[in-house]
Design a binder for this molecule. Structure first.
Ligand SMILES: *[C@@H]1O[C@H](CO)[C@@H](O)[C@H](O)[C@H]1NC(C)=O
Length: 231
């Protein structure tokens, strides 16, 4: 009896602690922003997408095909991300998960970028990738902007922690293919060069010359480039 009582007490404590956690904060955002409106009729998203009537849901809502197809890598970066997030697969809404296929031509690069809402776990199917991520600016100086890199071969798995700047480069002599899972229905992508030098409108060069500690002509040059957007 005592054991049963102890188990019940433990259960109550565990449930209570989860309940406390549950109420401790709002759910994570599922999109860049969600400006509140009072009129429900003009609402577009509810921290994600609005839900389909469950009676109308069909198997196709949870299905997508075509991820066996090679992505088109004919672009300045020589890579192509084929996304499978809530925009392509509506059944992912509110589930906190998505996927991508990434193709890399010879010397192809998935350039330094971050996913503001997702950790990414990458699996190499073909080829050789040189991958890496950089830590943020924490109080611990030993970890300040520390770079972690690895060469990956078929069957290798690597994880890019949420929000950190990361990249993959085809360092082999063949095309490369990888698949990745991401811990958001809408991970988002911020490509560093595009966001900084290709914003619309442009960031005032005075800001960037100071930030990058270079002459203005370097910034002018970079801002004049065409920055190809990965997905
Ligand atoms: C690949 O993309 C390039 C550049 O956008 C385009 O010219 C070409 O037709 C595409 N190839 C295929 C097979 O879709």
């Amino acid at each position: 009896m005592k054991i049963v009582a102890l188990v019940s007490l433990t259960t109550i404590l565990v449930v209570a602690s989860f309940a406390t956690l549950g109420f401790a904060s709002d759910p994570s955002p599922l999109q860049d922003f969600c400006v509140a409106v009072n009129d429900a009729k003009s609402a577009v998203f509810v921290n994600g997408k609005v839900c389909k009537d469950p009676n109308m849901v069909v198997a196709e809502d949870f299905f997508l095909s075509g991820l066996n197809k090679l992505g088109n890598t004919s672009n300045p970066l020589g890579s192509r991300v084929t996304p499978v997030n809530v925009n392509q697969l509506p059944g992912l809404n509110t589930l906190g998960i998505s996927a991508v296929r990434i193709d890399y031509a010879l010397n192809g690069l998935n350039p330094p970028h971050t996913h503001p809402r997702a950790t990414e776990i990458l699996v190499v199917l073909e080829g050789t990738l040189y991958v890496g991520f950089v830590t943020s600016n924490p109080a611990n100086p030993a970890l300040k902007n520390k770079l972690f890199t690895k060469y990956l071969y078929p069957g290798d798995v690597f994880v890019f922690p949420e929000g950190l700047i990361h990249f993959q480069f085809n360092a082999g002599k063949t095309n490369a293919v990888a698949f990745a899972g991401l811990s958001s229905q809408n991970p988002g992508v911020i490509t560093i060069a595009n966001a900084v030098f290709g914003s619309d409108p442009s960031i005032n060069p005075a800001v960037l010359t100071k930030a990058f500690q270079v002459e203005k002509n370097v910034i002018d040059y970079l801002q004049a480039q065409f920055w190809w957007n990965i997905d």
